[in-house]
Design a protein around this ligand. Structure first.
Ligand SMILES: [Fe+2]
Length: 236
């Protein structure tokens, strides 16, 4: 896939045509399909989205090698947190339930003892993902919000919170291992059993989800963590 660097003039339709990952990204900003010929700038004005913020998110999400550098200084931390929380909500309320439905359908259609193991691997994977999201939602993000508040107003006091963003970095390990087990089962070990289409669909969706999570984690690593480190230095 050729990487596309998005600018304010880029047409939304061109971004989607070149990179289908934009399909999951745009709704997080309230941008729905039916984009006509509108450019990023036009749509951001229409929807009241901060254009610089949108460009930063899109470019980090779509490009592995994009370095936001100086652009981070101007970024609004609360906006970033809202975006990250929205993404988590999408995973929890839409994507994961959809994957669960697919597993159910697979179990119904494929009458084979190995479906038990498939379900077990799947549950382990989903539990891992949910724990990870819950940790960020309940511990890391509130900390960042309080930190940003303190820097802005010097009122909120976080001195009694025993936490720093380095912990987040360490914990931001991968949930990839559990998914590898699941993929290996579906690709290598599960015997063929009248399941071709549903198995391909399930694998496709799992791989899409995997990629989405990887890109999402890149925003946390390359945007959230550097910003928070700057804020932490400010309150020293
Ligand atoms: Fe996250």
């Amino acid at each position: 896939m050729t990487e596309i660097i998005v600018s304010a003039k880029t047409k939304l339709a061109d971004i989607i045509m070149q990179d289908k990952r934009a399909l999951v990204l745009f709704p997080r900003f309230g941008i729905e399909l039916g984009v006509g010929n509108r450019s990023v700038k036009q749509e951001c004005i229409n929807k009241g989205i901060d254009t610089d913020f949108f460009l930063l998110m899109v470019n980090v999400f779509l490009n592995k090698n994009y370095f936001p550098g100086g652009k981070l200084k101007k970024l609004d931390v609360d906006m970033l947190l809202r975006y990250l929380e929205n993404s988590h909500q999408y995973y929890l309320e839409e994507k994961i339930p959809y994957l669960e439905q697919l597993i159910e359908e697979f179990k119904k259609r494929v009458d084979h003892p190995a479906t038990k193991q498939l379900e077990r691997f799947f549950m382990q994977y989903i539990t891992e993902v949910k724990e990870h999201l819950a940790y960020e939602d309940q511990t890391a993000f509130p900390y960042v919000a309080a930190l940003s508040e303190q820097v802005k107003s010097s009122k909120a006091d976080i001195s009694d919170i025993d936490y720093h963003i380095g912990v987040f970095e360490e914990r931001h390990d991968n949930i990839e291992e559990k998914l590898s087990d699941l993929k290996a089962l579906l690709i290598q070990h599960f015997p063929p059993h009248n399941d071709r289409y549903i198995r391909i669909r399930l694998l496709n969706e799992l791989m899409d989800f995997e990629e989405d999570l990887i890109n999402h984690a890149r925003i946390e690593d390359k945007v959230l963590i550097p910003i928070v480190e700057q804020l932490e230095k400010k309150i020293g």
